[in-house]
Write a protein that binds this ligand. Structure first.
Ligand SMILES: CC(C)(COP(=O)(O)OP(=O)(O)OC[C@H]1O[C@@H](n2cnc3c(N)ncnc32)[C@H](O)[C@@H]1OP(=O)(O)O)[C@@H](O)C(=O)NCCC(=O)NCCS
Length: 217
């Protein structure tokens, strides 16, 4: 990576480029095909979407990566709620991956999130992608799902140390991704892009393994 890049807010003119980029980056990684470009498309009109935290990274005038955030919440055992952030999709074009552009997007957006007053980010993701950028297992912060379940891919980043103070928290993600369950809508949207071959990749099995695993203390 050199310093020849800029990070800026996404604008409506970028929407289709970002959706295409997302499709390219996610295609066949977690499933045969992808639905993350549809997620990007519908997320922008969801009430939890935070446009101020939608960023693109541009190199030589071309968008090569992006990140988008939504609000999520933690609820403690007394029912007290805390608004936090979640991000995703996050992607870098396959031609530019592993050159720290993803890290640059995350570090930049963390600073902006802090300026907006947020102090915690929780995501579901491959730990390998995020442990180098400040994320730890949800178990370390006592953050779990209903049923006291601590999923391996549930990762937490305290932007302000001590923000979670050790008490038990239950994570509730935004409903922004719910439309992706509509397979027909995903297919219809995907058909507006150039045809692309769906195929199996080992990363899909890796995803199956960690997304069906938990951290048991
Ligand atoms: C995940 C993604 C956004 C990372 O962006 P990137 O620019 O390639 O990542 P970076 O070069 O900034 O890497 C940051 C750290 O993440 C880790 N990392 C990144 N890609 C990794 C991979 N494929 N396997 C293991 N670790 C990885 C490394 O620890 C790396 O730090 P290091 O190189 O100093 O050790 C990008 O690879 C991508 O778009 N992937 C496809 C879509 C996707 O999976 N998005 C995330 C959804 S959970």
């Amino acid at each position: 990576m050199n310093n020849n890049f800029i990070i800026r807010n996404e604008t409506p003119d970028d929407y289709r480029t970002v959706e295409n980029l997302t499709r390219e980056a996610f295609w066949n990684v977690y499933k045969e095909g992808a639905d993350e470009h549809y997620f990007v498309h519908v997320m922008r009109s969801h009430e939890d979407f935070i446009p101020e935290l939608a960023f693109v990274i541009e190199k030589d005038g071309q968008i090569i990566g992006n990140v988008m955030y939504t609000k999520a919440k933690l609820v403690d055992e007394k029912g007290e709620e805390k608004v936090i952030l979640s991000f995703g999709p996050l992607c870098v074009h396959p031609d530019f991956q592993r050159h720290h552009y993803g890290r640059a997007l995350l570090e930049y957006s963390f600073e902006k999130a802090k300026e907006m007053g947020y102090d915690v980010i929780a995501i579901f993701g491959n730990p390998a992608n995020y442990v180098g950028c400040g994320f730890k297992s949800c178990r370390r912060y006592n953050v779990c799902l209903d049923g006291d379940y601590f999923p391996t891919p549930l990762l937490v980043n305290e932007l302000k140390e001590g923000a979670l103070d050790g008490r038990r928290w239950y994570y509730h993600e935004s409903s922004a991704s719910a439309p992706c369950a509509d397979v027909e809508a995903v297919e219809k949207f995907d058909s507006t892009f150039p045809p692309k071959k769906k195929e199996w990749k080992p990363s899909q099995e890796e995803f199956y393994i960690y997304s069906h695993s938990s951290v048991n203390g």
